[in-house]
Structure formats: structure tokens, C-alpha cells
Design a protein around this ligand. Structure first.
Ligand code: 13P
Ligand code: SF4
Length: 340
């Protein structure tokens, strides 16, 4: 990691932020983060920029430089609301594309273009055209964890936070739901609509095993296990609660379990733990390598250079935007939390 020492920043302004993250960031690491955090705060003002951060970003990003935090749905909703000129998406590429679709006139930056997603990689626009040919007339519901090209071939998007509501909004007996097989399986259990699925998986959530969770239960008394629906079905069977990222977060804030294991990406537990001091977090650590490509250093660089920008072919964008906007028109399920 390199620090741009030519930029003079006032570190005293960031000291209070350390109080937010003291329980999850050791002070030796904070010494490195503080300079970037101060420099990013200055650059945000100069550029009239906002930073949107997903819950899987590390605490120094999530709690110390983000203006808006949330899951995929909340970030998509908030992307429409901002009047900033520049949006920095601290998350993965498909999230930055969604922000760009909803803000075609704004500069949208993704600090590392390699921040991909195994689900987005699992399906192409050609795959959807083939599925439509095989199942004529059946609408396509697409998880936002996909490329703009795939969204453009879809009828409507969804996230883990609104998938059942989106499927049921269509008023049909059968939908094609892709690309996450496990989320599709979970949705199928909550609705009478028949689901045609696809074999995409999240490389982070599919790594959890039921045996591993049973072992944690045996090792820790009074353990509450909460899981994201991208996990395999036998993992969800072991969980006490299954919910989207926002629902998992709310569960901990509202229920205050004595001891909790959040079956999801590692930083999510850190970010919740930073704000909740009466819950013990048991952390089997599965990191998303794509989310972890985003760092304070490359956020600062993106704001300095206004690169890398997300650009989408206008013809693709026009169709993809419709699928996202149809999703957003379905009832507000969860809100982002403004931390500015
Ligand atoms: P949500 O933000 O929709 O819960 O999705 C989780 C995820 O894996 C995002 O990449
Ligand atoms: Fe994709 Fe899974 Fe990483 Fe989310 S956690 S970006 S679904 S690979």
C-alpha cells in the first residue's frame, strides 16, 4: 500500500471516526487508514462526490468514508436519490453498473474494474435468449448480480431483499429466475409461483457447509445462526433465521442475540459488530475476493483521477434500465442507512 504524501490533510478531523471502529480495527492499522480517510473526505468535497458502500466492504470504508451504506437493493435505491456529480461505488462491478444505469449523466467510478462476481460470470445474454426460446412466454426475473447485457434481456430485476415480492408482482404461474440456484430454491419455498432456475452460485456463500455450522453449534452455547439465501439449502436448514443482507443486519440490531454467527461475507459481521457491543460474534471468515479489491488507496486514486469510469452501451443501458426501474417500482422493502 502506498500513501500519497504530497497531499496535505488534517488528520485531527478523522480522529473521532476511530471511535466508530475501534472494536474492529487495531490502532496500528488505523495509523495507515487515517491519512487516506482524511484525503478522501477532502476529495469528496472538491469533486462533489458521494461514496456508496456495500455491507461487505471493510469497516474503514464502510464506517469511515461511505456516505450511503446498504445492501444491493438499498444502494440501487439511493443511487437514484443523489444530487452529487460523481458516484464512487465501493462494491463490485454490477453494483456500479446499476448506479450508472440509474444515473446516465453522472460520472460513476469503480475503484478497481476487476471487482467482479461469480454469479454475474455464470450467465450471458445468449443464455437468456436460449432460455426464452425453450420457455416461450415465461417472464425472466434476474438477480441484480448480473451484467447490464443480461439485465437488458430480462423483464425485471430483483435482489435478495425483494425477490419474493418481485416474483409475485408479475401475476403469473411460472417464472425463469436466475442466475442464483440457491436463491431460486429459497424463493420457490416462499411462493406458489413455479421457478425455472439456473446453476449460478456465489463463490462466498456456497463455501459454507451444514457440518461446519453444526460444529459451531456444538462448540458454542446459545448460538444463533443467521444465513443469507445465497447459501446452499442444507446450510439454510441449519440456520435459525434466513434473510437478505439488510434483514440479517436488522435481526441483530433488533433481537440482540447473546451470540451470533452470520453466515455471509466476513466484513458484514465486522461492520455490525462495530455498532453492537452487547452481542458476541462468532466469525467463520469467508471473504469475497472481489469486494476486497476495493481499498482506501484505490478509492482515493479514483477520486483524484476520476477513473476508472463505468460506461454502458446506450442501447443496452436503455433496456437494462427498464428492468431495474421495474424492480424499484415494487414496494420499498428496506432502506439504506445514511451515515454522512
Ligand atoms: P445483497 O446485497 O442483495 O444481500 O446480496 C448479497 C451479495 O452477495 C452482494 O454481492
Ligand atoms: Fe458476488 Fe458472492 Fe462476492 Fe456478492 S459475495 S459479489 S454474490 S461473489
Amino acid at each position: 500500500m502506498t500513501i500519497n504524501q504530497s497531499v496535505i490533510v488534517d488528520l485531527s478531523t478523522v480522529a473521532p471516526l476511530y471511535e466508530r471502529v475501534r472494536s474492529v480495527i487495531p490502532d496500528v492499522e488505523w495509523a495507515v487508514h487515517a491519512h487516506y480517510i482524511a484525503a478522501i473526505a477532502d476529495l469528496k468535497k472538491t469533486r462533489n462526490a458521494v461514496i456508496l458502500a456495500h455491507n461487505y466492504q471493510t469497516p474503514e470504508i464502510f464506517h469511515c468514508v461511505a456516505d450511503i451504506t446498504g445492501d444491493s437493493l438499498a444502494l440501487a435505491r439511493q443511487a437514484v436519490e443523489t444530487d452529487a456529480d460523481v458516484i464512487v461505488l465501493a462494491g463490485v462491478h454490477f453494483m456500479a453498473e446499476t448506479a450508472k444505469l440509474l444515473n446516465p449523466e453522472k460520472v460513476v467510478l469503480i475503484p478497481d474494474e476487476r471487482a467482479g462476481c461469480s454469479l454475474a460470470e455464470s450467465i450471458t445474454a445468449d443464455d437468456i435468449r436460449a432460455l426464452r426460446a425453450k420457455h416461450p412466454g415465461v417472464p425472466v426475473v434476474t438477480y441484480v448480480n448480473t451484467s447490464a447485457e443480461v439485465k437488458a434481456e430480462s423483464d425485471i430485476c430483483c435482489t435478495s431483499g425483494n425477490a419474493v415480492a418481485v416474483v409475485e408482482s408479475l401475476g403469473v404461474d411460472e417464472v425463469i429466475f436466475l442466475p442464483d440456484e440457491y436463491l431460486a430454491n429459497y424463493v420457490a419455498q416462499q411462493t406458489d409461483v413455479r421457478i425455472i432456475d439456473w446453476r449460478g452460485h456465489c463463490e462466498v456463500h456456497e463455501r459454507f457447509t451444514a457440518a461446519e455450522l453444526e460444529q459451531y453449534r456444538a462448540d458454542f452455547d446459545e448460538l444463533t445462526i443467521i444465513a443469507h439465501p445465497e447459501c446452499p439449502p442444507d446450510v439454510l436448514d441449519v440456520a435459525d433465521f434466513v434473510g437478505s443482507t439488510a434483514q440479517m443486519q436488522s435481526f441483530v440490531y433488533d433481537e440482540r442475540p447473546k451470540r451470533v454467527l452470520m453466515v455471509t461475507e466476513c466484513s458484514m459481521s465486522d461492520n455490525v459488530a462495530a455498532e453492537v457491543d452487547d452481542v458476541e460474534f462468532i466469525r467463520p471468515c469467508n471473504l469475497c475476493p472481489h469486494m476486497k479489491r476495493i481499498t482506501l488507496a484505490n478509492i482515493e486514486k479514483a477520486l483524484e483521477t476520476l477513473q476508472p469510469r463505468v460506461e454502458i452501451d446506450p442501447a443496452v443501458a436503455e433496456k437494462a434500465r427498464l428492468a431495474v426501474e421495474r424492480m424499484l417500482s415494487i414496494g420499498r422493502v428496506h432502506d439504506a442507512r445514511s451515515v454522512a
